[in-house]
Design a protein around this ligand. Structure first.
Ligand code: GLC
Length: 730
C-alpha cells in the first residue's frame, strides 16, 4: 500500500510529459554573459592559467550578468540549479518555476557549502584536527542556517574522501587520512546540515561526496585513476561514505575518477549494488560537474548519447551541468534503448527530496530580510573563532609560547596581512571584508607590532628585516600556501615550502630573536628545516574569517591549543603517500640496507598522525585491557602533568598482529577528548567492539582471526602505552 506522499508523487509523474520528466534531472549552472561569453568552468581555467587575474575573476563573478536560461525553466526543462547563493535570485527563479511552468514543480538549489557559507570556518582538514564531532555538527548547523537563508536547499558536502597523499590538493576538503575520523566527521556534518527535520526552512540536504575513493588518485594527481583491491576499498574507503548514508544523507555525488577502470559516474556496481542494494540508500545521486560527458574522455563511452544511457542505467539521477541528459534521454527512450521506468525512478527520487524539503508547500523558504539578519551574525563569528582555535595544531614550542603582552612583536610574511587568503579553498560564499588577518586582529586588539612582508618583488628584504627584528623581542613568521594552492585541480609534485620562504625563515633565525612560525596551508607540507630550526610552530591551516583573532588567542594563551594532526607531515614529497596505518612489509624499514626505505630520506614523517602539543603536558599510565562478550575494553589513566588546564585527545589504536592478509601496524579505533586541570588524573575508558576487528580475506569474506592483538593508547599515533592480548572471538 503506497503512502500518501508516494501516491502524490506518482500521480504527479503520471501528469508529466517526457520532456518535463527529463527536466527534473537537469541541474543547471548559471552561465556568464558579458565580456567573457564563457562558462564558469572556463572562467576558472582562465584564472588558473593566468589569462585573467584573481581580482578580475572575482569582479566578473560578482558583476557579470548571469544567464539562468529562464525560457527553459518556464518550459519545465530545469529541475535544479548549482551556484545560486542569494535569496533574491533564488526566489525570482523559484517564482518562474512555481508560477509560470505548466506543473509548477519547485526548484532545488544546490551549492558548495563546504566549510561555512558567508561565515567561513576553517577548511575541513583543519577542523578535523579538533577530533570533536559536536563541534563539526555545530558549525554545519550554523552554515545551514546561513545558506538556507540565502536560498540554498542542498549542499555538496560533506566530502569524506580518505586522503593519504599530501600531493593531492583536495586533501584540504576532507578529514585527513583516517577512515574512522572521516566517517565521524561526515556523519556529524550530515546531522548538522540536515537538522532534525528536513522540512524546516533552515534544513539543508547533505550530498556526501565523492563516491568513491577519490582521495586515492594515483600519484596524488586530481581526477587520476584509482586502482585498488576490493578488500582495501571496503576496509579503508567505503566506511566513511557509509557512515554518512547511515546518518541520513539525502544525496550522493559520485567521484570524477574511475574505480578499477570503471568511472564512478557509470559504475553500476558502486551506485546500485553497493549504494542502493547493500546500504539501502533511497536518496538522489547527482553527478559531479560535467562528469557524465567526461565518460567519453575516460574512454568508456563512444559519445555523449552513450554516456547518457550508461549513466542513467548505472544510477545517476541528476546531471550536473553537462546537458547530456537534456540532449539525449528523450531520443534514447523513444528509440526503446532506455526504459522509461528508469527515468521515472530518477524523477521519483528527485521529487521525493523536494517533498521532504517541504518545497511544494513552501517553495519560498527565505527572503532578503531573513538573509540579511542571518549572515555573519556575531554568534556565528564567535563559533568560527572557536572552531579555528580548536583546529590549530601546536607543532613545536621550545619555551617561546605563549607570548606575553609586554613583548615587542615583529611580524613578517604576506600571509599575515592578507585577509582574503584566510578562507582557503572552496569558500565560494566568502567575502574578503568579512575576514580578519593576523595583522588586522593585532590592530583591532591594540597590540603594538611592526610588520613587513619580508619578501618584496621576489627578494628577501634582509636589511629592513634585520632593522625591524632588532626592535623586537619575538618575531612572527607567516609562511605557507595561497588558498589557490589547495582544493580542486591543485595537486603538487613538490609539497615543500618555496625556497624564498625558507630564505626568509633563515634570515629571521639569523637575527637571534625567538621565531614563531605560523603556517597557512591547505595540505601537509614537507617542512624538515623549519621543524628543526624554528623554536615554535603553529599550524593554522586556512582558518576562516576569524583567522587573526584565533591565532592571537593561541599565541597569547587565551586558548590552550588541543588540536591533533589528522594527516601525516612527510619529511619529503618523495615519501608520498605516507600515512600511519601502513602495513609492515616483509622488510620493515630499519638499519639494515636491505629493508623497505629510501637511501636519501628518513623513513619517519616530520610529524605523525595524531600529533599535537599543548601549553601543558599529559602523561599516560596504567593501561588495562580486558574482553567482555562483545568487545575489548580498555582503561588508561591520563594525568595533566603540567601547570595549566588543558584538553587532551586520547587515542586508541589496534594492530591485528597475524592475519591471512597483512593488517596495518596501527588503526585508530576510538578517541576521546578530555579536559584536565593541572595535576588532575582521570581514567579514560574505550570499548572496541569485536566487529571492528575483522578484515576481508582473499575470498572477500569478512573474517575474524583468532590471535594476538596489540592495543595502543596515547596522545598520538607514535608515542603510546601498549598491551597485547589473545582474542579467540568465540
Ligand atoms: C566540482 C567538485 C565538486 C563540487 C561540484 C559543484 O567540480 O568536484 O566537489 O561539489 O563541482 O560545484
Amino acid at each position: 500500500m503506497m503512502d500518501v506522499q508516494t501516491q502524490k508523487i506518482e500521480a504527479l509523474i503520471g501528469e508529466m510529459t517526457l520532456e518535463e520528466k527529463i527536466g527534473q534531472l537537469q541541474q543547471c549552472g548559471p552561465s556568464l554573459v558579458g565580456a567573457f561569453e564563457v562558462s564558469f568552468e572556463e572562467l576558472l581555467d582562465m584564472m588558473f592559467d593566468g589569462r585573467i587575474s584573481q581580482e578580475e575573476f572575482g569582479r566578473l563573478m560578482s558583476t557579470a550578468e548571469k544567464d539562468f536560461h529562464e525560457d527553459d525553466l518556464r518550459a519545465g526543462k530545469i529541475g535544479s540549479y548549482n551556484g545560486v547563493g542569494d535569496a533574491l535570485t533564488a526566489n525570482r527563479l523559484q517564482k518562474i518555476a512555481v508560477e509560470e511552468s505548466r506543473l509548477g514543480i519547485p526548484l532545488l538549489f544546490g551549492y558548495d557549502v563546504i566549510h561555512g557559507f558567508r561565515t567561513v570556518t576553517p577548511i575541513p582538514l583543519a577542523e578535523s584536527c579538533a577530533w570533536e564531532p559536536e563541534l563539526w555538527q555545530k558549525t554545519a548547523r550554523m552554515s545551514a542556517e546561513e545558506a538556507t537563508a540565502a536560498g540554498v536547499h542542498m549542499t555538496f558536502a560533506p566530502m569524506v574522501d580518505v586522503a593519504k597523499d599530501a600531493r593531492w590538493g583536495r586533501v584540504s576538503e576532507g578529514a585527513g587520512e583516517d577512515t574512522l575520523l572521516n566517517g565521524d566527521y561526515g556523519a556529524a556534518k550530515v546531522r548538522g546540515f540536515q537538522g532534525p527535520d528536513l522540512s524546516q526552512a533552515d534544513a539543508m540536504a547533505a550530498c556526501l561526496k565523492h563516491f568513491a575513493a577519490y582521495g586515492a588518485g594515483e600519484a596524488g594527481k586530481d581526477y587520476n585513476r584509482v586502482d585498488m583491491s576490493a578488500q582495501r576499498l571496503r576496509e579503508e574507503y567505503l566506511p566513511a561514505y557509509k557512515a554518512c548514508v547511515d546518518a541520513g544523507a539525502r544525496a550522493v555525488m559520485p567521484a570524477f575518477n574511475d574505480l578499477n577502470g570503471v568511472p564512478c559516474t557509470v559504475n553500476e556496481w558502486l551506485l546500485r549494488d553497493v549504494l542502493r542494494d547493500e546500504w539501502g540508500f533511497e536518496g538522489i545521486t547527482v553527478s559531479d560537474a560535467n562528469a557524465i560527458a567526461e565518460c567519453v574522455n575516460h574512454g568508456v563511452t563512444t559519445n555523449r548519447q552513450a554516456a547518457a544511457k550508461e549513466a542513467l542505467q548505472a544510477g545517476i539521477d541528476m546531471d550536473m551541468t553537462s546537458n547530456v541528459y537534456a540532449e539525449n534521454l528523450a531520443g534514447l527512450i523513444e528509440a526503446g534503448e532506455l526504459a522509461v521506468d528508469l527515468l521515472d525512478q530518477a524523477v521519483y527520487r528527485i521529487l521525493k527530496l523536494k517533498v521532504e524539503l517541504g518545497l511544494f508547500e513552501n517553495p519560498y523558504r527565505t527572503d532578503e530580510e531573513k538573509e540579511k539578519r542571518t549572515l555573519v551574525r556575531p554568534e556565528n563569528r564567535a563559533l568560527a573563532r572557536e572552531a579555528a582555535t580548536k583546529s590549530m595544531v601546536l607543532l613545536k614550542n621550545d619555551a617561546v609560547l605563549p607570548l606575553n603582552p609586554q613583548q615587542k612583536i615583529a611580524v613578517f610574511g604576506a600571509l599575515a596581512n592578507d585577509p582574503g587568503q584566510m578562507t582557503g579553498a572552496w569558500a565560494i560564499g566568502a567575502q574578503e571584508n568579512d575576514c580578519v588577518s593576523l595583522v588586522q586582529a593585532m590592530d583591532a586588539q591594540e597590540i603594538s607590532y611592526a610588520y613587513h612582508p619580508g619578501i618584496v618583488d621576489g627578494i628577501v628584504a634582509k636589511d629592513e628585516i634585520n632593522q625591524l627584528a632588532e626592535t623586537a623581542d619575538v618575531v612572527i613568521l607567516a609562511i605557507g600556501e595561497q588558498k589557490e594552492e589547495s582544493g580542486e585541480a591543485a595537486s603538487k609534485a613538490d609539497i615543500s615550502l618555496p625556497t624564498i620562504q625558507l630564505e626568509l625563515a633563515e634570515t629571521l633565525l639569523r637575527t637571534g630573536k625567538p621565531v614563531v612560525a605560523v603556517l597557512f596551508n591547505g595540505r601537509p607540507l614537507a617542512i624538515p628545516t623549519v621543524a628543526e630550526q624554528v623554536p615554535a610552530i603553529l599550524e593554522a591551516w586556512h582558518p576562516g574569517i576569524e583567522a587573526g583573532n584565533a591565532i592571537l588567542d593561541i599565541l597569547y594563551g587565551a586558548v590552550n591549543p588541543s588540536a591533533k594532526l589528522t594527516t601525516t607531515f612527510p619529511f619529503a614529497t618523495g615519501q608520498c603517500p605516507l600515512y600511519y596505518d601502513h602495513i609492515s612489509t616483509g622488510r620493515p624499514g630499519g638499519k639494515s640496507k636491505f629493508t623497505s626505505k629510501y637511501l636519501d630520506t628518513p623513513l619517519e614523517p616530520v610529524y605523525p598522525f595524531g600529533y599535537g602539543l599543548s601549553y601543558t603536558t599529559f602523561s599516560y599510565s596504567n593501561l588495562q585491557v580486558r574482553t567482555t562478550d562483545d568487545a575489548v575494553r580498555l582503561t588508561v589513566t591520563v594525568t595533566n602533568s603540567g601547570a595549566r588546564e588543558g584538553e587532551e585527545i586520547v587515542q586508541c589504536y589496534v594492530q591485528d598482529i597475524v592475519a591471512k592478509r597483512a593488517r596495518p601496524v596501527k588503526q585508530l579505533k576510538a578517541y576521546q577528548k578530555v579536559l584536565l586541570q593541572p595535576g588532575e588524573s582521570i581514567t579514560v575508558e574505550f570499548a572496541v567492539p569485536f566487529e571492528k576487528l575483522g578484515y576481508y580475506d582473499q575470498k572477500m569474506d569478512y573474517t575474524f582471526e583468532a590471535g594476538e592483538f596489540a592495543f595502543f593508547v596515547g596522545g598520538n599515533s607514535r608515542d603510546n602505552l601498549s598491551e597485547t592480548i589473545h582474542l579467540s572471538f568465540i
